[in-house]
Write a protein that binds this ligand. Structure first.
Ligand code: AMP
Length: 455
């Protein structure tokens, strides 16, 4: 199926073509006709599925098809609410890319930056407003924006908005909107709370859903490496260095942990920055830009900060600590293996986290393959096999700051750290990868890890 058959106009199709999209993704195929028909939509889709274009393209088409006759300042006609600043900024970029050949003005507003420039821009009229709820309400209270002419409302990542406690803000925003409007609700999960919100918000909605990331995970190679908590940083530095990983998104559970790890990696000669809620908006935007353009190799993030980050073809995601909520694992690894790319997700799991891992595997409905880098096996009697992406790897002299492309990464054949502690999950022995791997560590003794080079 091509984009041409979806009923989008030539100006939108031209912009889509310039993005290099060849055919619509499943969520786009399902959602675009529904939105074009003016129906309410309840969509189960995560970031990475192409959902943003799924609602933005038909939304733009509807705005141009139904141009109001009134002259004067443009009212906000489409409102897109998102939970985080980063996601708002990314959606805003997409809206301006897709509308570049249309007479449509869009604006992104979020907190953490000065409100005055946003007020100025709103004054000159905006058709599509992308906003986080708190800042939108501030602007509304200050009469900088009116929402009484909104024709289309999009609630993106509604589950996360509720998780982040935005329900009251959302209710307040809804109270400012006209009763007659089209509503589109996107959510990765459908808890009772979301269903309750959907019931109040949506009128006779069409429901669409696409495979969750965990069922479409062929694009993402997942591995677990059992490791002593104290050695996680050292192991991470070594893997980044020896694997010559150039772009790695690393998740920590806490803001402090993110800062600390970014600092430590810096000491290992690996350029890194942390991104989390306590950082100023400027620092977050800078870190993300540096990461995207290759200025830094590692972005260390907390779940909330990383929510919705769209970094094209992100090759590596590392769970430095497992998330408390299994679904967050799915969101995290959804940062890699995006629409057209493949990626690797690695989880460094210490003994305290075995229960979290079991919960994650229950959600995934499968076991995540184990691997072990020699020197880091928590049970030294377990052999390690050299496999990366199904290819046998040569061990060589690569060091922590990036020497030796593709070197030295080994995957344990039988479940790595099965006895890190007596309560560690034991895994049956099973081959992985292309079968070419030899049990290199059959007589492996625990050897001291190689120290990554410092800058
Ligand atoms: P999203 O789920 O909206 O965050 O989109 C994930 C990524 O997929 C973004 O980088 C989009 O630019 C990209 N994308 C969206 N639609 C398509 C498509 N039809 N073909 C290829 N890439 C796409």
């Amino acid at each position: 199926m091509s984009f041409d058959s979806l009923g989008l106009n030539a100006d939108i199709l031209r912009a889509v073509e310039e993005q290099g999209y060849r055919e619509p993704t499943p969520i786009q195929r399902q959602a675009i006709p529904v939105v074009l028909a003016g129906r309410d939509l309840m969509a189960s889709a995560q970031t990475g599925t192409g959902k943003t274009a799924g609602f933005t393209l038909p939304l733009l088409q509807r705005l141009v098809d139904n141009q109001p006759h009134a002259k004067g300042r443009r009212p906000v006609r489409a409102l897109i609410l998102t939970p985080t600043r980063e996601l708002a900024a990314q959606i805003g970029e997409n809206v301006s890319d897709y509308s570049k050949y249309l007479d449509i003005r869009s604006l992104v507003v979020f907190g953490g930056v000065s409100i005055n420039p946003q007020m100025m821009k709103l004054r000159s009229g905006v058709d599509v407003l992308v906003a986080t709820p708190g800042r939108l309400l501030d602007l509304e209270h200050q009469n900088a924006v009116k929402l009484d002419q909104v024709e289309i409302l999009v609630l993106d990542e509604a589950d996360r908005m509720l998780d982040m406690g935005f329900i009251h803000d959302i209710r307040r925003v809804l109270a400012k909107l006209p009763a007659r409007r089209q509503n589109l609700l996107f959510s990765a999960t459908f808890s009772d709370e979301i269903k309750g919100l959907a019931e109040k918000l949506l009128h006779n909605p069409e429901e669409v859903s696409v495979a969750r990331r965990n069922t479409a995970s062929e694009q993402v190679t997942q591995h677990v490496h059992f490791v002593d908590k104290k050695r996680k940083r050292e192991l991470l530095s070594q893997m980044i260095g020896e694997g010559n990983w150039q772009q790695v998104l690393v998740f920590t559970r806490t803001k402090h942990g993110a800062n600390h790890l970014a600092e430590q990696l810096g000491k290992d000669g690996i350029t890194a920055a942390a991104i989390h809620g306590n950082k100023s908006q400027g620092a977050r935007t800078r870190a993300l830009a540096d990461f995207k353009n290759g200025g830094i190799r590692v972005l260390v993030a907390t779940d909330i900060a990383a929510r919705g980050l769209d970094i094209e073809e992100l090759p590596h995601v590392v769970n430095y600590e497992l998330p408390n909520v299994p679904e967050d694992y799915v969101h995290r690894i959804g940062r890699t293996g995006r629409a057209a790319a493949t990626g690797e997700a690695l989880s460094l799991v210490c003994v305290d986290e075995h229960k979290l891992l079991r919960d994650i595997e229950r959600v995934l409905k499968r076991e995540v393959p184990r691997m072990a880098l020699p020197g880091y096996e928590v049970d030294p009697s377990i052999p390690a096999e050299p496999i990366v992406n199904g290819r046998q790897q040569q061990r060589g002299g690569g060091r922590g700051n990036g020497g030796g492309q593709g070197q030295g990464q080994r995957r344990g054949g039988n479940g790595g750290a099965s006895s890190e502690r007596s309560n560690a999950p034991r895994r049956p022995s099973r081959p992985q990868g292309d079968g070419a791997a030899k049990p290199a560590g059959a007589n492996a003794r625990r050897r001291p890890a190689r120290k990554p080079a410092s800058a």
